[in-house]
Design a protein around this ligand. Structure first.
Ligand code: ZN
Length: 130
C-alpha cells in the first residue's frame, strides 16, 4: 500500500494554484473534469508526492457540501492497492462501512472506491488501482 495522493477541497482551483503551484512550486500535471463526482480536479506533483485540488462543479456536489460543513481543507487520503475490489471485500468482511461497495472509474480512468470515514477515525479513505 502506497500513499497515492492527498485530496484537498478548494473553492477555486485557480485561486489555490497560486499557493500550490506558484508559491510552493508543485508541478501541475493534470486538470480534468470528473462529471459523476461533480468535481474538477487539478493534480499536482513534487518528488513523487501528489496533491489533488478538488473544486465542486455543482452546489449539491460532495465537495460543495464538505466545504459548506467544514470549510476548505484536507478531504481524503488515497492509497494505491493492487486490487480495489479485493480490498473492499476484505474491509467489508471486517464490518467497515464503505461508500462504494464496488469499484468505480475515477480521475485518470483509474479503478477507485471510497471507504466511509465513520470506521476510519474520521478520515475519508480512497483506494485506487493502476
Ligand atoms: Zn482522490
Amino acid at each position: 500500500m502506497k500513499l497515492e495522493h492527498i485530496g484537498i477541497a478548494v473553492k477555486s482551483i485557480k485561486e489555490r494554484l497560486k499557493i500550490w503551484h506558484d508559491l510552493l512550486g508543485l508541478k501541475l500535471i493534470a486538470l480534468e473534469d470528473v462529471p459523476d463526482q461533480k468535481v474538477k480536479v487539478a493534480v499536482l506533483e513534487n518528488n513523487g508526492i501528489h496533491i489533488e485540488l478538488l473544486e465542486s462543479t455543482s452546489d449539491d456536489g460532495v465537495i460543495a457540501k464538505f466545504i459548506k460543513k467544514k470549510g476548505e481543507g484536507i478531504h481524503h487520503l488515497c492509497f494505491r492497492v493492487d486490487d480495489v475490489a479485493k480490498t473492499l471485500s476484505r474491509l467489508k468482511n471486517q464490518g467497515i462501512k464503505l461508500i462504494d461497495e464496488v469499484p468505480r472509474t475515477g480521475a485518470n480512468n483509474k479503478r477507485m472506491a471510497f471507504v466511509h470515514p465513520k470506521d476510519m477515525g474520521g478520515v475519508l479513505i480512497e483506494l485506487s488501482q493502476e
